[in-house]
Design a protein around this ligand. Structure first.
Ligand code: 5GP
Length: 149
């Protein structure tokens, strides 16, 4: 499955949305869910997905779902930058296997970056559960302390 194809309702993000697979959730509202990438390219690597869309990629996503996702990405990026104080932050989105996509429910990556620290390979190297739990708690606390995103 790649740039063109059918939405697979058993993809891992669909399972997470349905509650059939776990995630380290940091934020949710009516339109989006944000959670930590378990194979992070960098500390704080976060994924933001639309909840109601069955778009696999940018070609298919409804403009309203895209807008809601991007607005959430901006708000969450501000929080992640405030909390983790990176030197930079990458916002990424991949379409089709040739472009690096591995999960076919549209999503945005928020990847904090630090000077002199290379990003890990995309989708490789699982983070320790303890580290993800601690990071989740930190970001959830930050969101709560400022009264939401
Ligand atoms: P893509 O390659 O499609 O742009 O990004 C998919 C992302 O999902 C990758 O960064 C990969 O590390 C992440 N990922 C894959 N499986 C899981 C999972 O089960 N849980 C979480 N939280 N992230 C996952």
């Amino acid at each position: 499955m790649s740039l063109h194809g059918q939405y697979d309702s058993r993809n891992i993000f669909a399972l997470i949305l349905n509650g059939d697979a776990p995630c380290y959730k940091i934020y949710e509202d009516e339109q989006v869910l944000a959670f930590l990438d378990v194979f992070p390219q960098s500390y704080g690597h976060t994924l933001v997905i639309p909840k109601s869309s069955q778009a696999r990629n940018i070609l298919e996503v409804e403009p309203a779902a895209l807008s809601a996702m991007m607005a959430a990405v901006q708000r969450l990026t501000r929080i992640i930058v405030d909390e983790l104080q990176p030197d930079g932050v990458q916002i990424a989105q991949f379409n089709g296997a040739a472009a690096g996509q591995t999960v076919y429910h549209i999503h945005m990556h928020i990847v904090p970056r630090w000077e002199g620290k290379e990003a890990s390979e995309h989708g490789r190297g699982k983070a320790e559960a303890q580290e993800l739990q601690a990071l989740q708690a930190r970001l959830v606390e930050r969101i709560s302390a400022q009264g939401g995103v």
